[in-house]
Design a protein around this ligand. Sequence first.
Ligand SMILES: Nc1nc2c(c(=O)[nH]1)N[C@H]1C(S)=C(S)[C@@H](COP(=O)(O)OP(=O)(O)OC[C@H]3O[C@@H](n4cnc5c(=O)[nH]c(N)nc54)[C@H](O)[C@@H]3O)O[C@H]1N2
Ligand SMILES: Nc1nc2c(c(=O)[nH]1)N[C@H]1C(S)=C(S)[C@@H](COP(=O)(O)OP(=O)(O)OC[C@H]3O[C@@H](n4cnc5c(=O)[nH]c(N)nc54)[C@H](O)[C@@H]3O)O[C@H]1N2
Ligand code: SF4
Ligand SMILES: [Mo]
Length: 757
Amino acid sequence: MPHDSSSSSGECRTALRVCPLCEATCGLTLTIEGTRVTGARGDRDDILSRGFICPKGASFGGLDADPDRLRTPLVRRNGVLQEASWSEAFDAIAAVLPALTAQHGQQAVGLVLGNPNVHTMAGALYPPALLAALRTRAFFTASTLDQMPKHVSSGLLFGDPNAIAVPDLDRTGHLLLLGANPLESNGSLCTAPDFPGRLKALRRRGGTLTVVDPRRTRTARLADRHVAIRPGTDALLLAALTHVLFEEKLTDPGALTGHLEGIDEVAEAVRGFTPEAVAGACDVDAATIRTIARELAAAPAAAVYGRIGSSTVAHGTLASWLVDVLNILTGNLDRPGGALFPLSATSRAPRPAAPGKGFTLGRWASRVSGHPEAKGELPLAALAEEIETPGEGRIRALIVLAANPVLSAPDGDRLDRALDELDFMVSVDPYLNETSRHAHVVLPPPPPSQSAHFDFAFNALAVRNQVRYTRPAVPLDDGLMDESEILARLVLAVTGMHGTDASAVDAMIVDRVLSKAVADPLSPVYGRAPAELSAALTGRTGPERRLDLMLRLGPYGEGFGADPDGLTLDRLLAHPHGIDLGPLRPRIPQVLATRSGRIELLPAPIAADLPRLRSALADRPGPDSLVLVGRRHLRSNNSWMHNVAALGGGTNVCTLQVHPADAARLGLADGAAATITAVGGAVTAPVEITEGVRAGVVSLPHGWGHDRPGTRMSVASAAPGVNVNQLLDGTLLDPLSGTAVLNGIPVAVAACAAPSH
Ligand SMILES: Nc1nc2c(c(=O)[nH]1)N[C@H]1C(S)=C(S)[C@@H](COP(=O)(O)OP(=O)(O)OC[C@H]3O[C@@H](n4cnc5c(=O)[nH]c(N)nc54)[C@H](O)[C@@H]3O)O[C@H]1N2
Ligand SMILES: Nc1nc2c(c(=O)[nH]1)N[C@H]1C(S)=C(S)[C@@H](COP(=O)(O)OP(=O)(O)OC[C@H]3O[C@@H](n4cnc5c(=O)[nH]c(N)nc54)[C@H](O)[C@@H]3O)O[C@H]1N2
Ligand code: SF4
Ligand SMILES: [Mo]
């Protein structure tokens, strides 16, 4: 088999491709006839996924060849989006954006990044340069609909918002999982192909799994214990678990002891959160809470892991913080079998432990509502008001990369109207959808088979250190442009360098990185000449040369000769199924970047937010009240995969799940329509009566509502569903992280006479 990851035999051949459709990053073997992907199966030799595949990966060909995908740029002429050439599209951008900034200032141009940026090479390599070029603080990403609470808690605890510990799934003996459903999502902030198989293996080796979720999910059904918590109360439960550890003298930070500060202060801070005090609010009995705490402390190695259901809630940052506090107090953080910090091949090479700059929140605030920034971002939920509200610094133009906030963020109708008010909008998106239909210029990336793939983000969140790279499986079609080139040309267009060759951006970045490295006494290339080093880089494209540079200077790199056995792009290309870099290993204190050089267990912003949690102790919903939570379906992904016919139907439908007791009380019939009303509005959806949700809780999936005019998603718009985020008005946020509260929303539900979608 040739070493370039594909083999030819006549017209039909196979090629390897890492799947970009979720965080599991499975290796796929694509079957290709001519230039068309006709099949996809799991690559049994993939060093991480070992042949695992899910229905989405298996539908790679259908998604890749979707006839609704845009194949040329679109430019708005006389109000109408029309097909255009690439040069017309970039000319239009260069003619408007620099002038707009010159006239109205840098804040007038906003940048929005959506989820697929973490699944593409371009999305990792160019947005930092674009943001630097725009010099705007009007910066929003899907993180404030997702994991920003984790960044904030990690930033405060460890000094680095990207220091995220992942559960050591394959070696742990006990997993306490809150608000995650990896049997449908395939895992998040924990890259682990075949998450279901890994959970089953945990059970087989005698380990235990506790799942905390208001729904009886497929993951909960696999567990030893399912705790059907009342939505939005995980932080209370976690505080009570912490309290029990102190009260019953079960804390044992082990090897971390010398690296901690604030342990007594945490004990004091959680004193009021006894199991008895939280039981009413959480609707979990005190004895169960004590048992969970004792089991956690007794397990030889255990991990606490929280995701969406504990993150996109009113106390998301506190819950994320407490997850790590529990891992620390039980000595499980940074210990094999506990929760460890991965070390990816393109991260910065480890350096001797030393105090860092720490992490600061709220260095600036949003213009209209004064929301503090977190990690340089403002809440996506506040985008509409930043466009609508007159005054200096109003957003007048927007660049939207791989995002569909009209469906994914609160109050899509309002954002829909706001986007219409923009002077100018650019979308980089393969679809003309609910958001991109507002753009003045749409720049479509090629289908995934025609793109190279490297997981810059997920390798740093994987349960095993490993590295894989796949080149495009199919050559770029005539008329299409690689997404890296699209984004590089965007950078040039907004900086007044329009017309310069796109490779100039990569060359500039390589130059900057090398200049820094040669001046750094801790770098293996200290004192060498940048030109000599850049001449040594291999790779067919700018992104490949940048990857080569990162690999060489990274933790496993050959360091431009310093370690001849180390990683380079060429070496990686010689291993088409990837290179295993071993199990996760302890990294404290080297990973710490706090000012104290220690883990700061009770950071001031957290302490200041605890009174809000204390007041939630008294919360008791009325006997007939209902709260709404979300859910994900295996054969779907956020808002953009409803256009693949092969994945539709079955359980992948937009229904309102209601417990039988609530359905009886409200007079709701299975399959009949119900109207759901909340602060932001009302939507109507068919009822699905199921014991899969607890009483008092209803569930609608997100990413639906494909019934707006002016889109080009023929399959999705034929079964549009409703937009759950229309129930929100965008005011409810986790205050520390600016993350929208998407779960635990008070709603009213009533039977509806009108037919549903
Ligand atoms: N109620 C509720 N709302 C939620 C959530 C929830 O659980 N409940 N989840 C939230 C979460 S976790 C997230 S991450 C957000 C996601 O929010 P978004 O990122 O806004 O949504 P996506 O549906 O992932 O859409 C991304 C866009 O990227 C485009 N796209 C797909 N592939 C590519 C590509 O290769 N290149 C480019 N340039 N574009 C591409 C798609 O066509 C789509 O327009 O939604 C959030 N919204
Ligand atoms: N098939 C599929 N896979 C996906 C995606 C997708 O849309 N579809 N999206 C991808 C993205 S962007 C992300 S971020 C990940 C997310 O991955 P996960 O975090 O695993 O997301 P969900 O499957 O939404 O699981 C969240 C669970 O939290 C529960 N929940 C709701 N409220 C609460 C609460 O207050 N407390 C507790 N304890 N639980 C609660 C819900 O019932 C749900 O079962 O999935 C990724 N993978
Ligand atoms: S689990 Fe995720 S990465 Fe693996 S095949 Fe399915 S969508 Fe792709
Ligand atoms: Mo997400």
